[in-house]
Design a protein around this ligand. Structure first.
Ligand code: GUN
Length: 308
C-alpha cells in the first residue's frame, strides 16, 4: 500500500530545500524575499492557512507580513491596503486569502494586485498568460500538482486527465497546465451527467470539487493515478467510522482532537484500485504552500531582473 502513496509532505520538503537555496543566493545579494498576506474576517480555516504561510516564510529565511482586517472593513479599505503593498518596494508577493466575506467584490480586489507581485496567479494578466502557455506566476495548488506528477515521473503526455471541479483556484488553471503538458483534459462539475462514466476514463483523476468522499470506487479506472485536492474537517464520529472503518489510528486522533481531515476521495475504498494516490492530509496541501514560497522567490527575482 505505502508504495502507492504520493507523499506530498516529502516532496514539499524537497521543494522547500530548493527554494531555501535560492533564498540564500538572493540573501548574498542583499535581497530578502517578502510575502504579505491579507486576511479579511475571522474564518477559522483561513486563519490556520494564513498562519501556516507566515511560518513557512520564516523557516526559509524569508520575510512576511500578515494584515488582518475585520469582516466589515469594507471594499475600499482592502483595496487601499493592496495599493499600499503594490507601492512598497520591499514587498515581493501579495496574497489575499480567499474566500473574502460576503459583500466583497473579489475580482475587483484581485484585479488591483500588481501582476508582478501576484504570487497566487489569480490576476487576469497571469491567468491569460497561463492560458497562452507563456511564463507566468501560476496558481499554487495546480503548480504543486504538476510538480508532484513531474517528480514522481507520472507520465502525462497523451494521457487522459479528468478534473472534477471547475474553480478558478484549482480546476481551470490545472486544466491549462495539463493541456500544455499534452494530456487530453476533461473538466467535470456539478452539472456533469453520469460523472462516473467520465471519471472512469481517467488515467489521472483529480478531485477538486470540495465535496467530502465524492469520488468512490465506481468513479475510478483500475490503475488510475488519483489526486485529492479536497480538505474537510470531520467532526462526527459516525462519519469517521463510515469512511475509515477499523482505522484505529485515525479514531485515536479523532478522540484526541475532536476532528480528523479527509478529502474529496473515499480513500479507503479507492486506494485498492489506484496505482498511485495522494493522502489527506499530507498530499496536495503541503505542496501548495511550498509552491507559494517558490512563487514568492520567483517574483522577488523577476522584479529585479534576476533569472528565476
Ligand atoms: N483559499 C483556498 N485556497 C487558496 C489559495 O490558493 N489562495 C488564496 N489566496 N486563498 C485560498
Amino acid at each position: 500500500m505505502n508504495e502507492k502513496l504520493l507523499d506530498g509532505k516529502r516532496l514539499a520538503a524537497e521543494i522547500r530545500g530548493e527554494v531555501g537555496e535560492r533564498v540564500a543566493g538572493l540573501a548574498a545579494r542583499g535581497i530578502v524575499p517578502r510575502l504579505d498576506v491579507i486576511l479579511v474576517g475571522d474564518d477559522p480555516a483561513s486563519r490556520v492557512y494564513v498562519g501556516a504561510k507566515a511560518r513557512a516564510c520564516e523557516k526559509l529565511g524569508m520575510a512576511s507580513g500578515t494584515h488582518r482586517l475585520e469582516a466589515g472593513a469594507g471594499q475600499a479599505a482592502v483595496e487601499r491596503l493592496v495599493d499600499d503593498l503594490n507601492a512598497d518596494p520591499g514587498v515581493d508577493g501579495i496574497l489575499v486569502q480567499l474566500p473574502l466575506p460576503d459583500g466583497y467584490d473579489t475580482h475587483a480586489v484581485l484585479d488591483r494586485i500588481d501582476p508582478a507581485k501576484d504570487v497566487d496567479g489569480f490576476h487576469p494578466l497571469n491567468v491569460g498568460l497561463l492560458q497562452q502557455g507563456r511564463p507566468a506566476l501560476v496558481a499554487c495548488t495546480p503548480a504543486g500538482i504538476m510538480e508532484l506528477l513531474r517528480r514522481e515521473k507520472i507520465p502525462v503526455e497523451g494521457r487522459r486527465a479528468v478534473i472534477v471541479g471547475r474553480s478558478d483556484i484549482v480546476g481551470k488553471p490545472l486544466a491549462m497546465l495539463l493541456l500544455h503538458a499534452h494530456a487530453t483534459v476533461t473538466l467535470c462539475h456539478s452539472r456533469t451527467r453520469d460523472l462516473a462514466a467520465v471519471t472512469g476514463q481517467a488515467d489521472i483523476l483529480v478531485a477538486a470539487a470540495g465535496k467530502l468522499a465524492l469520488i468512490g470506487p465506481e468513479h475510478v479506472k483500475p490503475g488510475a493515478v488519483v489526486i485529492d485536492v479536497g480538505i474537510h474537517r470531520i467532526t462526527e464520529r459516525e462519519t469517521v467510522e463510515r469512511l475509515f472503518p477499523g482505522d484505529e489510528a485515525r479514531m485515536a486522533r479523532f478522540e484526541a482532537k475532536g476532528s480528523v481531515l479527509a478529502g474529496d476521495v473515499d480513500f479507503v475504498r479507492v486506494a485498492p484500485l489506484a496505482s498511485r494516490i495522494t493522502p489527506v492530509p499530507g498530499g496536495v496541501g503541503p505542496l501548495t504552500i511550498a509552491m507559494l514560497m517558490a512563487n514568492t522567490v520567483r517574483a522577488a527575482s523577476l522584479r529585479r531582473g534576476i533569472e528565476a
